[in-house]
Design a protein around this ligand. Structure first.
Ligand code: NAP
Length: 280
């Protein structure tokens, strides 16, 4: 049996589905099981990963630590409770950019502590695997879906900044593999999409899938930052870190480190409805 934290999020949900499809038993944790909407085959339990005493690890062989759901403060106590109750292995999600300068990691300014949670798992009592995803392709919904629903021009900063956008199902499938494959113990595994796409290329790719002549129009970083922090409602330090990341990487291809096989076009096809296209 696998215990999955963060089970109701965009990674946890396909992770639960993948494990069930493989015939595994799954205990999925949610603070509100009545709203979880997870498949019937999962044992959905009420609990808060930030309060490990709310979780039972009885019968659990391996644990998935979702960094946002568990957080830096609780991870040590969670691992201790898991080890004490017989859990044998742990898989943690981190991020491909965790070794970057903190000022260039926007998620830190949203409170995420991927580095610290991963480090606590590495130093903890159980054999571990870390899965380090690249930028989720899902981020492009927050970045561009509103503009794409409204018209054919997407205005944004750093047209030449490239990402190896990864499909959430590829992340989930690698985590599922790490949960069952102890030969991966002690490894930090990147997971990226199969190609590097600039912002401009990604917008064109969305247009090709939707059958629309979409194009990216670059606007100055300062204007974009003002809009994101103003009407966009994003915290100013987050926006500054995002711009620092873009400025540092602009013009360079993104690292493609596999094993995500689903293309960005495949991801857009799977999410076309969210961009106003015909969904599957
Ligand atoms: N976006 C990217 O490009 C990217 C790339 C690499 C890594 N990451 C990292 O991935 C993580 C985000 O993953 P995600 O989108 O799956 O997260 P998420 O959807 O925000 O959270 C997953 C689930 O965890 C539970 N949860 C969230 N916040 C919690 C809290 N404060 N206390 C207790 N439970 C909480 C919620 O479940 P319930 O409400 O059901 O309890 C939620 O549905 C972050 O650490 C981020 O830095 C992101």
């Amino acid at each position: 049996m696998y215990l999955i934290t963060g089970a109701t999020g965009p990674i946890g949900r396909p992770l639960v589905e993948t494990l069930l499809a493989e015939g595994a038993a799954v205990r999925a944790v949610s603070r509100d099981p009545s709203a979880a909407g997870l498949p019937a085959g999962a044992d959905v339990v009420e609990g808060d990963p930030r309060k490990p005493e709310t979780l039972s690890f009885q019968g659990v062989s391996a644990l998935f630590v979702h960094p946002r759901a568990v957080g830096e403060e609780a991870v040590g106590r969670l691992l201790a409770a898991a080890a004490e109750q017989g859990v044998r292995r742990v898989v943690v999600m981190s991020a491909i950019n965790v070794e970057d300068e903190p000022a260039h990691q926007p998620s830190r300014f949203n409170g995420d502590r991927n580095k610290e949670v991963e480090e606590a798992v590495v130093q903890g009592p159980l054999p571990w695997v870390s899965v380090r995803p690249a930028s989720f392709a899902l981020n492009t919904l927050a970045m561009w879906a509103g503009q794409i629903r409204a018209g054919d021009v997407v205005r944004g900063p750093y047209a030449d900044f490239a990402e190896a956008f990864v499909h959430e199902r590829d992340v989930a499938e690698l985590i599922a593999r790490a949960l069952r494959d102890e030969t991966l113990d002690g490894r930090r595994l990147p997971v990226t999409g199969p190609g590097s796409l600039t912002h401009a290329e990604a917008v064109t790719a969305i247009g090709e899938v939707l059958g629309r002549p979409l194009r990216h129009e670059e606007i100055p970083a300062e204007a974009a930052a003002r809009a994101m922090a103003g009407s966009g409602g994003l915290p100013e330090p987050f926006v500054q870190a995002l711009m620092a990341r873009y400025a540092r990487g602009e013009g360079r291809p993104a690292t493609v480190a596999g094993p995500g096989a689903r293309t960005f076009e495949q991801w857009v096809t799977d999410h076309a409805a969210a961009f106003g296209g015909e969904g599957r």
